[in-house]
Design a protein around this ligand. Sequence first.
Ligand code: FAD
Ligand code: NAD
Length: 478
Amino acid sequence: MAQQYDLVVIGGGPGGYEAAIRAAQLGYKVACIEKRIHNGKPSMGGTCLNVGCIPSKALLDSSHRYESTQHDLQAHGIGTGDVSIDIATMQARKTKVVEQLTGGVAQLLKGNGIDWLQGTGKLLAGKKVEFIPLNGDEAQTLEPNYVILASGSVPVNIPVAPVDEALIVDSTGALAFDQVPATLGVIGAGVIGLELGSVWRRLGSQVVIFEALDSFLPMADKALAKETQKVLTKQGLDIRLNAKVTATETKDGKVTVKYNQAGEDKEQTFDKLIVCVGRKPYAEGLLSDDAGITLTERGFVQVDDQCKTSVDGVYAIGDLVRGPMLAHKAMEEGVMAVERIHGHAAQVNYDTIISVIYTFPEVAWVGLSEEAAKEKGIEVKTGQFPFAVNGRALAAGEPAGFVKFVADAKTDRLLGMHVLGSGAGDMVHQGMIALEFVSSVEDLQLMTFAHPTLSEAVHEAALSVDGRAIHAIQRKRK
Ligand code: FAD
Ligand code: NAD
């Protein structure tokens, strides 16, 4: 007879495995079904740990060190001689980091008494779950009290550039190149295009990014997007806006991209092409026809604000449901679903989910952009402070970028924080905490920030909202 579980989680990505662990902490008997095989072995951790957040950051770090060693050290008086990069070693390090973390998650599950069922899960009618083991053993039907669907997402494919895993790849293929392509095309100037485009540019590729929209990072604050585009372009990323790819052709080991830019047909040939035009929810084989789960038009599992689906006792979280496709959002939804099952009134605050683009400098924001706040009819006031006059940034030779605050002009309430700069992804958490505590700009102004730190730019940006930054000439008198 199949084991009786209180909770079955389908999918062992950041959403699924965190949900499983929290439920085990609360005393539930939990199984997590995960079917992924990575490098020939069953692997926990989902997209994020295997082919997403973690391997991309490992490569971003290696490539940043390589570029920085080549270009930044001379100014410090450090001579290095010729600097070289061994791609096989870089990739082996990435694999080691991934295996350390995926193995760590498997250990965490084991240590919490959670059964990792290696194989495919499918929700059936009446909240039952069919489990088909990877090893070919007979399928089992589980009858848990609760189910969490956490099957994640996959890349969007476009017919004009079909992924062939050789010349045309998606993000997974672009994380695994075994040599630096001399020329690299990228379709989509979104988060993946900018991060992976940066990795290979730093290692020596000439990178062209084709973006169909005529604006750059339209979801970001306009000032932040504008400065980011300037900085990345200066680094050598050739970002072509309003450039719609109409066809691709592979021939003699090269791929030609045909595109239309502002009405003009053009083409360019590359050694490799990355397609990163977004991701879509993955529910293939996840639901039997009579499972009773409602999907949205775009294929997401429909959920309410607490991640409840149309079936009582069944929750869905992470990339499979509405909202930003981010690991930390998936994690918090997983924990919320379990707390709800346990009767706690948990709630994810979707207004304070941080976005980070891990280029160098990093781009990060939380809360409302100036434009979004105005669209909501709020009278806003803003303040901005550049790292170019921050002592610590100058000492580190990293003067690019700024901190910007958006606040309600009438109430002084902080609405958003936007950062371009070294360590922006960490710094922006100060804004997230301030937003969670419903801080006013004055709250930040009255705090003491350590000197010399990059965070002093946070203080100065808050002061500059009222025209009183100390290390800038401000005309307002107050
Ligand atoms: P996933 O991580 O996709 O996990 C779902 C798991 O479910 C998969 O392992 C899949 O094998 C399994 N599964 C699916 N169906 C079944 C089934 N029927 N039975 C059993 N198992 C099943 N986000 C960030 O926040 N920060 C980043 O820096 C970042 N970088 C990224 C870089 C790249 C290149 C990519 C592609 C994504 C990145 N993301 C990042 C996004 C992040 O990876 C996702 O938002 C996150 O993984 C979503 O978590 P999840 O648990 O919902 O799903
Ligand atoms: P994205 O949505 O960030 O960007 C896709 C870009 O492609 C958009 O700018 C879009 O306008 C453009 N595009 C769409 N169709 C196009 C076409 N036919 N031709 C040219 N351009 C086209 O998607 P992504 O970069 O693929 O990333 C997928 C998801 O993964 C994102 O939602 C993101 O949240 C997540 N992710 C997050 C991080 C991070 O948090 N640092 C890193 C990587 C990925």
